[in-house]
Every structure is written in structure tokens, then in C-alpha cells.
Design a protein around this ligand. Sequence first.
Ligand SMILES: Cc1cc2nc3c(=O)[nH]c(=O)nc-3n(C[C@H](O)[C@H](O)[C@H](O)COP(=O)(O)OP(=O)(O)OC[C@H]3O[C@@H](n4cnc5c(N)ncnc54)[C@H](O)[C@@H]3O)c2cc1C
Length: 369
Amino acid sequence: MSSLLTTEICIVGAGPAGLRAAIAARDMGACVMLVDSEENLGGQLVKQTHKFFGSRGQFAGMRGIDIAKLLSDEVTKDSSVTVMSDSQVVGFYPDGTLAIEKDDCLKLLKPQRVICATGASERMLPFPNNDLPGVYGAGAAQTLMNLYGVRPGNRVLMIGAGNIGLIVSYQLIQAGIDVAAIVEAMPYVGGYDVHARKIQRAGIPILTSHTIKAVHGRQVVEGATVSAVDAQFCIIPDSDRYFQVDTVCLAVGLTPLTELLWQADCKMGYIPELGGYTPFRNENYETTRPGVFVAGDLAGIEEASSAMIEGEIAGLCAAKSLGYEIDDFEDRINRAKTELRVLRQGPTGEKIRQGIASLMQLREECEGA
Ligand SMILES: Cc1cc2nc3c(=O)[nH]c(=O)nc-3n(C[C@H](O)[C@H](O)[C@H](O)COP(=O)(O)OP(=O)(O)OC[C@H]3O[C@@H](n4cnc5c(N)ncnc54)[C@H](O)[C@@H]3O)c2cc1C
């Protein structure tokens, strides 16, 4: 083990939230260390070959992979941000020390502030043989295809018709892989119409009110049974359909990656609309543990646009709490908060608005108890 490293602000996670937090904190003059477990900076963006929705201020219309490059170039344009890639933060000790694993060695870092932007993990589903080789998270299949150029299989059954299920299905087709069907337990398609229409034009059936019942195969996936479900999500007898596939992809939701925050004893609430356990935080994205900030999917599953804006707020506020000042601090904060409000307007933002309201209410109840 090496000697104790120090920095003013450590940002854990170099996805859109962490990269924007690093730029904001650097702009304020703070000394920043950005740590990510992957070799490439950009988080989920590095495998997103499609054009993003969101706000124009947050690069809507650009491909995710290009946004990742733009933000990474900005972070690495000079030496003001120290980047530690291929480095996993594995521990957050009570005194604020972070344990970082790199090249089978453990480094200890004592930052004055921490911004956690670790993103989210994919959810699993319980069904017989869900551990057979050939059952993937949709994001994992996307990583294989778009990052490593490896086909995850030849014929895929996709479970989940939210945006991730629809987008990854389309990318599978682009990679020359057959998609047998998309299966969705809800009676409607959850993803955007524009993605669903592309899938339907490609001739792929979307089976709503259906679920996966089992996967079959001895050593690897050889097929899957799908059944219809009623309004209570109970399987309807005699509704089984068999699909001959070698791959099953699960796109059934994401959960904030909160392990480090549990270790840091940050208080959290279970908020289904935000993806599960979500950290309590104030309007500056500071958690209940002073000096620990959050941003992005970790603070509630949303999109890259909101992740970037939250990163900007967390980066500015973490640096400000260390005494750094810039002339346009208030302007930048107010612009960011307004942009977040605009993004969360309308019917598509309703779930997030409800989730944030529940989180704030739960926090007040816990503080008052
Ligand atoms: C298939 C798909 C399509 C999408 N399409 C869109 C879209 O069209 N528009 C849009 O706005 N959004 C889209 N999104 C969502 C968007 O990608 C995410 O909301 C966004 O990437 C979240 O950013 P983040 O920085 O919070 O997390 P991430 O991008 O997940 O980045 C988190 C980073 O933290 C690192 N990390 C995690 N734990 C540790 C640790 N312990 N130590 C070190 N590093 C760690 C990870 O390696 C990762 O690089 C899509 C997502 C998917 C999966």
C-alpha cells in the first residue's frame, strides 16, 4: 500500500455527470482528481452511437460517443484535473479516506470534498436459467457490440420496451443481429415513440403485457418461453410462446450505484420513481454527510442531460464550499437550476418530479423524527 494521497475535490465516476463536475470545479480554481474504473472517460456515453435527446445546451442531437469525446477533451486539455482511469474506488472510510484499487495495488486518497457520480447498474429478473451464458443486461450487450466490436449472439430476445430496450434492439439490428421480439410486461411501450416506430418499421414485434417465463438450454441459451400476463402481472395459463434464440437481453431498469454512499453513512430513501435507494441531498446536491456531493444517475435515474447539469451544480458548489469564487457563480448556478426545471417539465418529466418531491418529503420526515 502506498502513502496517503491528497486533493481538494475527488470526483468518483467520469460519466457525463463526473466530467461536467470536474470542468465546473476546475473553472472555480479547485484542485480536482477524477477517478474512473474504466479506461475510457465518458461512462455510458462511450457506447451510445445514437443521437441524444435532451436540451440544446446539453448537446441534444449529438451522438453520445461524440459528447464523451468533447467533455473528455475539455477535462484533459491541460493538467489542472488529475485523471486516474482504470481505477476503482472500493472503500469510503468514516474519516473520509477513499481506497482506490489500480493495477492490483491499493492507494489511499484523502480529499477535502467528494463528488460521487458513479451512475447506475442494470437490474436482473428472476426466472429459471437466468444464469446461463447468453443472458445479458442490455447495456452489457451494447458494450460488447459498440465498444469491443463483439457480437453478443446471433438471435436475440429483448426484455423491456423502455428507451434502453428499444435503442439497444435497433443497434443489434444495425450490427446484423436478428432480434426475434421485444417483450414488455406493461400494457404499453415505455420508450419514446420515435424509437418504437423504428423498431416496428424493422418488422420486430413488440409484445406488450408479456413476460419472460424461462430460458432453456444445457450449457448456453438455446431458447426462451414468453407468456402473456394479466393486469396484476400474473401469467395467463396456456399463453406460452417459445422463441428459438441464443441470447436474452434484459432492459428492465437501472438502480443507482450507491455502495460508496452507504459506506460513507449518507442517509438514503427508497424512491421507486428514481430507481431505488437514492441519497438525500439539498439543492446544491450535497448529501447528509457534509462535503459529500452527488450527481447523475446515482442521484436518481434520469438522462445524460440532467446528469451533466447536476454535475455542473455539484462541481460549482463543492468548490465554493472550499472558498473558491468566480464572478459568474450565481449566474451559472441559476442557469443550471432553470435548465433542470425545464428538462423536467411536461408529461415526460412527471415521474422524476414526483420522485424528487417524495425524496425531499422523506428527508424532512427523517430529519424531524
Ligand atoms: C442504452 C442507453 C441509451 C441511452 N440513451 C440516452 C439518450 O438518448 N439521451 C440521454 O440523455 N440519456 C441516455 N441514456 C442515459 C445516460 O447514458 C445516463 O443517464 C448517463 O450516462 C448518466 O450519467 P452518469 O455520469 O450519472 O453515469 P454513467 O454514465 O453511468 O457514468 C458513471 C461512471 O462511474 C464509473 N464508476 C462507477 N463506480 C465507480 C467506482 N466505484 N470507482 C470508479 N469509477 C466508478 C463508471 O465506470 C462510469 O464511467 C442512455 C442510457 C443507456 C444505457
